[in-house]
Design a protein around this ligand. Sequence first.
Ligand SMILES: NC(=O)c1ccc[n+]([C@@H]2O[C@H](COP(=O)([O-])OP(=O)(O)OC[C@H]3O[C@@H](n4cnc5c(N)ncnc54)[C@H](O)[C@@H]3O)[C@@H](O)[C@H]2O)c1
Length: 366
Amino acid sequence: MNADAAPLARRELGIAIVGCGRIGSLRAVMASRHPAVRFIALADRDPERARKLAEQVGAQVHSGDSLEVMSRPEVNAVVVSTIEVEHTTPVLQALDLGKPVLVEKPIALDLGAADRIIAAANQAGISLHVGFSRRFKKRYLLAKEQLVQGRLGKVVGAAARVYNSRSQGLQTLSRLPKESNSISGLTYYVDVINWFLAGNAPAEVYARAQGGVFKDQGFNTNDVTWAILTYADGAVVNLGVCYALPHQYPALGHAARVELLGSEGVMLLDDDHTDQIMYTEQGFPHVYIPEHVVNMVFLGSGTPGDWALGEFWGPVATETRAWLDHLSAGTQCLLATPRDARRTLEVGLAIGESLRTRAPVRLPLA
Ligand SMILES: NC(=O)c1ccc[n+]([C@@H]2O[C@H](COP(=O)([O-])OP(=O)(O)OC[C@H]3O[C@@H](n4cnc5c(N)ncnc54)[C@H](O)[C@@H]3O)[C@@H](O)[C@H]2O)c1
């Protein structure tokens, strides 16, 4: 042992969680398990949700008033897990209070709001991170390590596509404005590819799409979207998303495949979860959609992760723990920065613009 080593420094944490829905509940569970967390305060615009979750995780405070909860003197960091259209206000309030923030993806729905958030964080000198939980799934983390080590040489091309059932697609769409053409699931893979190709900015987007299932239900969203991204150094990336697989499709979250083509190597990430299949006459509960039950299931396909033996395991668990470790012990933080999240948002908006104009769209957007 090195006698000169600095003593272990651990900062005690008081965490406020704003938004006690599906993901906020998982953040609260993970916070309640973390050794540095001494205080948890929960807020939801539906105070009954906050109360129930407080009972479940043993939180000291619960309320329908987010600002009151974030302002508590015991609170020194804030998680914003509200629905997508409700991120900006609580994020700006937390930054104004001088408290570090973890906000779920996307950082905002438009670049103006993203810029206001980035400016507020910079001005306050407060850390803000955005939850793109694929970064904390082991196979993506391992892929990033190989790229950091340079084992693929120069990456000249890549492909990333994600499929999901329409049951899940409808859940996501029901949180977004009716006119939104968001392809929310794809944003994780835009983030992953941008993270893999760090230092190489997306320069052009071209997209095509076809719809029916969601349009028939009144949403302005396509069933299948394919896009080609060209990066500044010429690397070409094919991105695809289809959230319209049949209701009972066995994946209970993202079914994905990512491929990286380099001058000295190639990497294939099979993330379809077809390696552990179960059929049960008793029905298997969906991790994200209450009351949705399937007979055939790809085990381990829950996007945030999965429950087993009373604990939650998977990307959102690891991501939450990593963020709390960062705040408490100063460990490296691999979560997306506000700039990363803005770039991902910009690609998503450019895909929408290319679909509207049927033309390639140059980045950065005007
Ligand atoms: N990382 C992942 O795996 C993952 C998966 C799904 C969703 N998400 C993201 O998590 C966020 C939340 O999604 P969800 O599935 O938990 O939604 P949800 O609908 O289950 O929960 C959202 C909660 O926020 C509350 N709320 C809404 N506006 C509020 C406000 N202004 N103040 C306080 N509370 C408010 C709602 O009452 C609800 O309880 C979204 O940004 C979504 O994109 C991440």
